[in-house]
Design a protein around this ligand. Structure first.
Ligand code: NAP
Length: 332
């Protein structure tokens, strides 16, 4: 690939930045997640092209986790290599997050929420990415067996040690969010951002979590906004080769692409076309219409998918009738 010269107009695109909760940090309306398509099993040139395309269009935030790959850790390694090759002079323009909480290495210290696991994991992540610090470190999932204080004190320590600037949580419920924020405020390191799953087909966050985040001054970055690709037009004519559902993994099972879902997707697709959007764009705009959402965390397999998704920001306004009709389709 030719040496990278970032687009000099990257901050003059329609992509805007929203304040993350009550912090000083701004995040782009679309952020890029490296869960899939950035592991050693994937094509490095393609991965590099996607990251370049993102930055060229104003995406400053890249989301990783210790276990992203496969194999686990390899997305951080590829990303570290891309940073070294293309972004050496741009570290201060990037918000890089990583996480720990799922199984990462064998034995009792490579999983869940102990201080032992989290402190070792951030050091490993920094080494893999070749970084001195990450901008955001998340505890990846609630751990019912570790005292919340222990997990949160580990996150606070990372910030004090300069290994992370901010901390975040993922997949917590309302009570866990409230409890965690109380402890974190007492430690002096409030939670910056929460990362829940949120898309048209999974609206659990609307049952109190979004209100809680707003009240607590915590930002919200929604993951799997396209329901792993179901909220696009790609499955309307079968399961395409190379798609996530065609791959042998348990993340998106073929039986999730069923007749009932596809009927809804088909109608949603016509609503999107009437709005002058692709379904992927409408699914993203639908989330972003709520100002409590700081950013939508998309995953993509190609740079073209990313360019399509970026078009979502050109139409974030929904008429009341459109929202009511979409609700009606989703509740069928
Ligand atoms: N905190 C957590 O526990 C957690 C959990 C899951 C994810 N995440 C984060 O959220 C990020 C996004 O999750 P996700 O990958 O599930 O997100 P998603 O945006 O719902 O799904 C991404 C998939 O949708 C398809 N796609 C994307 N844009 C498309 C377009 N314009 N047209 C057609 N298909 C399109 C691609 O699938 P094909 O490969 O089939 O083309 C892509 O891989 C992850 O990378 C990760 O950073 C966090």
């Amino acid at each position: 690939m030719l040496p990278y010269r970032p687009n000099t107009k990257r901050y003059q695109t329609p992509l805007e930045y929203r304040r993350c909760g009550k912090s000083g940090l701004l995040l782009p309306l679309l952020s890029l997640g490296l869960w899939h398509n950035f592991g050693h099993v994937d094509n490095f040139v393609n991965a590099r092209k996607i990251i370049r395309t993102a930055f060229d269009h104003g995406i400053t935030h890249f989301d990783l986790a210790n276990n992203y790959g496969p194999p686990p850790g390899s997305a951080e390694e590829y990303f570290g290599k891309i940073l070294k090759l293309d972004f050496k002079s741009f570290r201060d323009e990037l918000i890089i997050s990583t996480k720990a909480g799922w199984e990462m290495w064998p034995g009792p210290y490579g999983n869940l929420g102990s201080k032992k696991y989290l402190m070792a994991s951030i050091d490993q992540s920094l080494r893999r990415m070749g970084l001195d610090y990450v901008d955001i470190f998340y505890h990846h999932r609630p751990d019912p067996d570790t005292p919340l204080e222990e997990t949160l004190m580990a996150l606070d320590l990372m910030v004090r040690q300069g290994k992370a600037l901010y901390i975040g949580s993922s997949s917590n419920n309302v009570n866990q969010t409230r409890q965690a924020q109380k402890i974190l405020k007492s430690l002096g390191t409030p939670c910056l951002v929460h990362q829940p799953r949120y898309n048209m087909f999974d609206r659990k966050v609307e049952e109190g979590l979004l209100d809680t985040l707003e009240k607590e001054g915590i930002g919200c970055i929604a993951f799997s906004p396209l329901n792993q690709g179901i909220l696009t037009d790609k499955y309307l004519k079968g399961i395409p080769e190379n798609s996530r559902a065609a791959k042998e993994s348990w993340f998106l099972q073929k039986n999730e692409i069923n007749k009932k879902i596809l009927e809804k997707v088909n109608i949603l697709n016509s609503v999107a076309l009437d709005r002058g959007q692709s379904l992927a764009q409408m699914a993203i705009s639908w989330i972003l219409r709520n100002p409590v959402i700081t950013s939508v965390l998309v995953g993509v397999r190609t740079a073209d998918q990313l360019l399509n998704n970026l078009g979502a920001v050109n139409n974030l306004i929904f008429q009341e009738e459109e929202i009511a009709y979409i609700d009606c389709i989703l509740n069928r």
